[in-house]
Design a protein around this ligand. Structure first.
Ligand code: SR1
Ligand code: MG
Length: 405
């Protein structure tokens, strides 16, 4: 793998000052500062800004030959090119839902993008029980458009086939195959969980029927080149405020199954639902916020389905003239959404890469109860997915699940 010089809080300032493409952003600023952002898992991230005018600012994102938080995970530098191309592709169909790109530097594997400093990471907002009135509309529409316009339902067959190799992302896909679909279901040194979950995890590891269901999903993930999927569409990949929603970090993108994106997003809403065991101060506030989250699961799917079907009706190619096929296609997508959503929840609870919603819970007993609830929601989604007929079935499995500890 080629050597790459990692940027530092000092060198990133000179880097930004030397780039013609960034002149207009920092026009008149002679007090440029930087600070490293340590929230992500994968890349080196800096915010570079003018001290006297913080709205003059950008985010500098550098790919290193490994995952920043997990240096044992070697990763190709080419992921910054994939991220750049996917951001441009998504920007073509949903310009209002992706950050502006100022610069892509293939030499240093750097992307400089809009600083979303008037937006909050969605996961952190949910932990504070914030409600976003437009997020279901925005995320549902984003998923419908990016997935539909890159699929065989829209693109001519030859054009779509020519697109697939542009988004081959073997190393990052293998990371997800291992971390999402394999390691959480076997005895593996990367796995960790809260001690109070020992018995539940023992049963999961002993359950070969469950493992086989997850492997069915893994095989689908590895072989179903259906659309350009984001492939890491959790609430940490969304930045938003009451008016705007931006989807960031598409470096894992590849041609995969659409339901993986939909399931990952809905799963992270369900995980937050479980984590409200801790984040809500009173039973009343917990019930109230959980109602909002459950409503978000339903509404996001409904927006997604409505917009997807509208696009298919109005802009679909002529290769699929069957109403029954449409119905089967959407039902399959919902059932696969349940499966992929379950896999996302499980790996965030008993695999390597856990999420803030839970790791901020210091009291181990409360954390175990919240995580146990998350596991039982996931188990219900994956075990019952073949009989799911409508989104309310998934919502009901969330609201009826109980923790075991
Ligand atoms: C080694 S990378 C761990 C996780 O971070 C990314 O956001 C992906 O979800 C990956 O599984
Ligand atoms: Mg990410």
């Amino acid at each position: 793998m080629a050597e790459v010089q990692p940027l530092t809080e000092e060198s990133v300032i000179d880097y930004v000052k030397g780039k013609e493409e960034l002149r207009s952003v920092f026009e008149g600023a002679d007090d440029i500062r930087s600070s490293q952002i340590t929230e992500g898992n994968v890349n080196l991230l800096f915010r570079v800004y003018s001290e006297s005018d913080p709205d003059k600012s950008v985010i500098v994102k550098q790919a290193l030959p490994y995952a920043w938080r997990y240096p044992d995970f070697k990763m190709p530098l080419d992921r910054s090119r994939i991220e750049y191309e996917v951001l441009r592709l998504e920007g073509k169909y949903c310009p209002e839902n992706v950050p502006k790109i100022y610069l892509y530097d293939p030499e240093l594997h750097v992307l400089v993008i809009e600083d979303l400093n008037h937006h909050l990471v969605m996961r952190e907002g949910l932990m504070k029980r914030k409600r976003y009135p437009h997020v279901a509309e925005h995320v549902g529409t984003f998923m419908a458009r990016t997935l539909f316009y890159t699929s065989d339902l829209y693109l001519p067959s030859e054009e779509k086939k020519a697109m697939v190799p542009k988004f081959i992302n073997p190393v990052l896909c293998k990371v997800q195959e291992d971390l999402v679909f394999t390691q959480p279901y076997i005895d593996h040194p990367n796995n960790r969980w809260t001690p109070g979950l020992d018995e539940q995890v023992r049963r999961i590891h002993a359950d070969d029927e469950l493992r086989s269901e997850i492997f069915m999903l893994k095989e689908l993930y590895m072989t179903h080149a259906q659309a350009v999927i984001h492939n890491d569409l959790h609430t940490g990949s969304i930045m938003l405020n009451e008016e705007e929603t931006k989807v960031v970090d598409p470096e894992f993108a590849f041609y995969g199954p659409m339901a993986h994106d939909v399931g990952t997003y809905l799963a992270n809403l369900a995980l937050n639902y479980a984590a409200q065991e801790y984040h809500s101060p009173t039973p009343e506030e917990r019930a109230d916020y959980r109602k909002w989250l459950a409503g978000q699961i339903a509404e996001t799917w409904q927006v997604f389905e409505r917009e997807f079907l509208r696009l298919w009706e109005e802009e679909g190619n002529d290769d699929w003239p069957s109403d029954a096929f449409r119905r089967k296609y959407m039902l399959q997508m919902l059932q696969d959404t349940a499966g992929f959503g379950a896999a996302e929840m499980m790996r965030r609870l008993i695999g390597l890469a856990h999420v803030h919603d839970f790791w901020t819970i210091e009291d181990e007993g409360i954390r175990a109860r919240a995580e146990s609830l998350g596991l039982n929601i996931a188990l219900a989604w994956v075990r019952n997915r073949r009989s799911v007929e409508k989104i309310d079935d998934l919502v009901e499995m969330v609201t009826e699940a109980k923790p075991e500890v």
